[in-house]
Design a protein around this ligand. Structure first.
Ligand code: ZN
Ligand code: ZN
Length: 342
């Protein structure tokens, strides 16, 4: 049974007239998480987890018709059972489970299976068909443990501080930024944030998620205030005139794309840290296996390579065309623009 169809508006559950993460405006949209390529303007009604709702309203406007649901809570629409399960990607992110007449499909949205100290831990869900992302679906992508990446960041920050430099670290404002804020060594110094990051922090704190203390960077403050500090900002801000206010600073970028040779130089950062909120190759493969699904649909990223590999190990696998970008760096540029027009 084709419980979920791949339509030009998005992933569609015809029996319930529900779309999952549609990229064109529809009547009913069930949303996996608040990143802008999965959660778009213009739908008549939205459903997402209670934990994802504040950020989605922050981005799309508080006027949207949106309803929250608990993880694991069942919602029935015309005989189709829906439930949301942690995807481990960012706060509130979910995989959406769809069940009808004994058939179960799961749409992953974006996910990672490792613990990050901010997001709800990934939960594997058994199904007949699994719709998976594959942003980093190449065998070369193999992430180090988070603690090792944080040690590298701490070392860079400490050494900049000793040289009297500010450390300006580019990180996607929803997800990566909070992960870094909570996991770096707070004994080194103060953490400052660009407005795009701090606006998200405020929303997330208000819903009860613990984030370490941060200070918003505002115009016209004394240079000495930032001495020895770590400034977290979206990549496009670090590239722009915005970062010039720190005068003597070292710049870094935290992204999964830092694993690709040349990315750091193209972004003209002094240091690159490989840190992603998406699953690496091994995580993708084990997540697929853990679902015990026989059919796998691959939505975005290195879809061809990942899908071919899955076919080679005996799955029915197909690539699905979507409008999900899965690009942490380019998504971040949109993010800053959106904040600055507010
Ligand atoms: Zn995402
Ligand atoms: Zn995505």
């Amino acid at each position: 049974m084709q419980l979920i169809e791949f339509r030009e508006e998005g992933l569609y559950v015809p029996q319930a007239d529900v779309y999952i993460d549609p990229w064109k405006p529809v009547n009913k949209a069930f949303i996996t998480h608040g990143h802008s390529d999965h959660s778009r303007y213009g739908n008549n009604a939205y459903v997402c987890t209670h934990a994802a709702l504040p950020v989605i309203k922050h981005r799309l406007g508080s006027h949207i018709n949106a309803k929250g649901i608990d993880y694991g809570e069942e919602m029935s629409v015309n005989g189709v059972k829906f439930s949301f399960h942690p995807a481990g990607h960012i706060v509130g992110s979910a995989q959406i489970r769809v069940e009808y007449k004994g058939e179960v499909w799961v749409a992953s949205g974006d996910y990672k299976t490792t613990t990050d100290g901010v997001s709800e831990d990934f939960e594997s869900v058994k199904c007949d068909a699994f719709i998976t992302e594959s942003t980093f679906g190449l065998p070369v992508f193999k992430w180090q443990p988070q603690s090792e990446v944080m040690s590298e960041i701490n070392e860079w920050w400490r050494s900049n501080k000793e040289q009297g430099k500010v450390s300006v670290l580019a990180a996607y404002s929803l997800g990566k930024a909070q992960r870094i804020i909570n996991n770096v060594d707070h004994s080194i110094g103060k953490i400052f944030t660009h407005g795009a990051v701090e606006n998200v922090n405020e929303v997330i704190r208000r819903q009860g998620v613990h984030l370490h203390e941060t200070t918003r960077v505002v115009q016209g403050q004394k240079q000495s205030l930032y001495a020895g500090g770590l400034v977290i900002a979206p990549p496009s801000a670090v590239d722009s005139a915005w970062s010039k206010k720190f005068k003597d600073f070292s710049s870094g970028i935290a992204s999964g794309w830092m694993a690709v040779r040349g990315t750091r130089r193209r972004r003209s950062a002094d240091r690159g840290f490989v840190l992603s909120d998406h699953a690496d190759w091994d995580e993708l493969v084990s997540a697929v296996k853990a679902t015990e699904a026989e059919r796998i649909y691959v939505t975005h990223g290195y879809t061809d390579t990942f899908s071919k590999y899955l076919s080679s190990i005996g799955y029915y696998s197909a690539v699905v065309d979507t409008d999900y970008t899965g690009d942490e760096l380019s998504v971040a540029a949109d993010d800053v623009e959106a904040t600055e027009t507010k």
